[in-house]
Write a protein that binds this ligand. Structure first.
Ligand code: NAD
Ligand code: LMR
Length: 338
């Protein structure tokens, strides 16, 4: 097996690999599921990220085409493609950050949990590879149902003896991106000026926007709060229905994934004050995993922040969220422990 996909032209005339091996500044990032609806724009956007020196694009189909395409962009990262299970280990070896958007998306009428049967096995296989080849990498897990796939990944890592809770982060950034956008619309603000913490998990009622903590401080009516909470919780379904069978959010997700991955890379670099919401191992509630604001540093999620004061509406939402989350977490854990 070649160690990675052969590129066009005479490889002896290219010095890019020498540059990568020579320790060009930046981080090594792998995308697993790089040829998918999220994977393709995510690959493009990560190739544009100046913190990335090496970009590995892995998928079970179509990664040669995506790799050839993205590799022509005149940005710094050296791009290599990997196709199929036999090349998974080469794709992962030496990586600092692994982003996982591999797996099937929803169609109208489905819940994220309906994806469990297919995606659980995909995430297990990929995480076994991570344990073996880059156990110290930060993992950004996008594949749904996130409320179960993160516990699955944790159990795989525990089994392999490589689990570091700080390094496993479920990506809930799209909920924050949507919340910022929808709240800005209601308030007549620029979304870039708005910051809404979204806690809990990444599915239906487990997505809990804390609208009482919006920055800049604002006062929303009960009607606005109800409208915004429902819209944020159902943002994924809004896209699934609009795409009418052609998949779920891909472009806004790639944007959110890159925003989150960039935060992880800035944390790895040692930048101070990098704080984002993510679904992580947590002691903020009685549940073993919970999404809240985390401070990202050289070791991943170095600090998990408390939720701050909740109003009555949010406390009621919290109870519903915890009930559903507990079941989804248990389902993920049992999948590996069974
Ligand atoms: P897609 O079907 O367009 O792409 C998925 C890709 O994964 C495909 O290219 C497929 O070949 C690849 N794949 C399948 N099995 C694989 C394996 N074993 N190893 C590597 N790659 C494999 O789907 P999509 O729209 O890109 O969505 C991917 C996942 O992301 C879905 O589970 C979706 O629900 C989830 N998602 C999560 C969020 C979030 O906020 N966390 C947002 C949007 C979508
Ligand atoms: C989203 O929130 O857009 C994703 O979780 C995809 C989905 O199935 O809704």
């Amino acid at each position: 097996q070649p160690s990675n996909l052969q590129m066009e032209g005479n490889s002896s005339l290219r010095r890019a690999d020498c540059r990568a091996k020579g320790g060009a500044p930046g981080f090594k990032v792998a995308i697993l599921g790089a040829a998918g609806g999220i994977g393709q724009p995510l690959s493009m956007l990560m190739k544009m990220n100046p913190l990335v020196s090496v970009l590995h694009l892995y998928d079970v189909v179509n990664s040669p085409g995506v790799t050839a395409d993205v590799s022509h962009m005149d940005t710094g990262a050296v791009v290599r493609g990997f196709l199929g299970q036999p090349q998974l280990e080469n794709a992962l070896t030496g990586m600092d950050l692994v982003i996982i958007p591999a797996g099937v998306p929803r169609k109208p009428g489905m819940t994220r949990d309906d994806l469990f049967n297919i995606n659980a096995g995909i995430v297990r296989t990929l995480c076994e590879g991570i344990s073996k080849c880059c156990p110290n990498a930060i993992v950004n897990l996008i594949s749904n149902p996130v409320n179960s796939t993160v516990p699955i990944a944790a159990e795989v890592f525990k089994k392999a003896g490589t689990y570091d809770p700080k390094r496993l982060l479920g990506v809930t950034m799209l909920d924050v991106v949507r919340a910022n956008t929808f709240v800005a619309e209601v308030l007549g603000l620029d979304p870039r000026e708005v910051d809404v913490p979204v806690v809990g998990g990444h599915s239906g009622v487990t997505i809990l926007p804390l609208l009482s903590q919006v920055k800049p401080p604002c006062s929303l009516t009960a009607e606005e709060t109800e409208y915004l909470t429902n819209r944020i919780q159902n943002g994924g379904t809004e896209v699934v229905e609009a795409k009418a069978g052609a998949g779920s959010a891909t472009l806004s997700m790639a944007y959110a994934a890159v925003k989150f991955a960039d935060a992880c890379l800035r944390g790895l670099r040692g930048d101070a004050g990098v704080v984002e919401c993510a679904f992580v191992a947590s002691q903020v509630t009685e549940l073993p995993f919970f999404a809240s604001k985390v401070r990202i540093g050289r070791n991943g999620a170095e600090e998990v922040y408390q939720l701050g004061p909740l109003n009555e509406y949010e406390r009621a939402g919290m109870e519903k969220a915890k009930k559903e989350l507990a079941a989804s977490i248990q389902k993920g854990v049992s999948f590996i422990r069974k």
